[in-house]
Design a protein. Structure first.
Length: 134
């Protein structure tokens, strides 16, 4: 039985039982819980993934998404800032950071994040950038 197989089969709990120090297993569990609407459980699992491997950008990004969905804008922004520092070429991280900042009323900071996302290929955000530049 391998970690990769357990994760591929969509069984993060089995992976965690065998490999409790696997950030990948905790990350997959968090994503699965978030998809199923268990945001508290998702947050806990993603925080564990971040604790186990703080240099991995995906858990930071997904933690930011879950925190945003929970309305925790300050914590979401912190997680997303870490995610884009770890993976500065990921347009989704900048787009999500822009969304959080926009919702928080941080217009200039939102525009900055959206511009970076656009520069990385998220041209669907151009209308939002133009709105904020008025």
């Amino acid at each position: 039985k391998s970690l990769r197989a357990a994760l591929w089969l969509g069984k993060p709990d089995d992976a965690i039982a065998s490999w409790p120090d696997s950030a990948a297993a905790w990350h997959d569990k968090g994503v699965t819980l978030a998809k199923n609407g268990d945001l508290l459980g998702a947050e806990q699992a993603l925080r564990e993934a971040v604790r186990l491997d703080p240099a991995r950008p995906a858990p930071q990004l997904n933690l930011g998404l879950v925190l945003h969905r929970n309305g925790e804008l300050d914590a979401a922004e912190r997680a997303l800032r870490k995610a884009v520092l770890l993976d500065p070429d990921n347009p989704r991280g900048f787009a999500e950071l822009g969304h959080v900042r926009y919702e928080a009323g941080q217009w200039a900071a939102a525009a900055e994040a959206y511009r970076r996302a656009v520069a990385l290929g998220r041209t669907d955000l151009l209308p939002r950038v133009r709105e904020l530049e008025r």
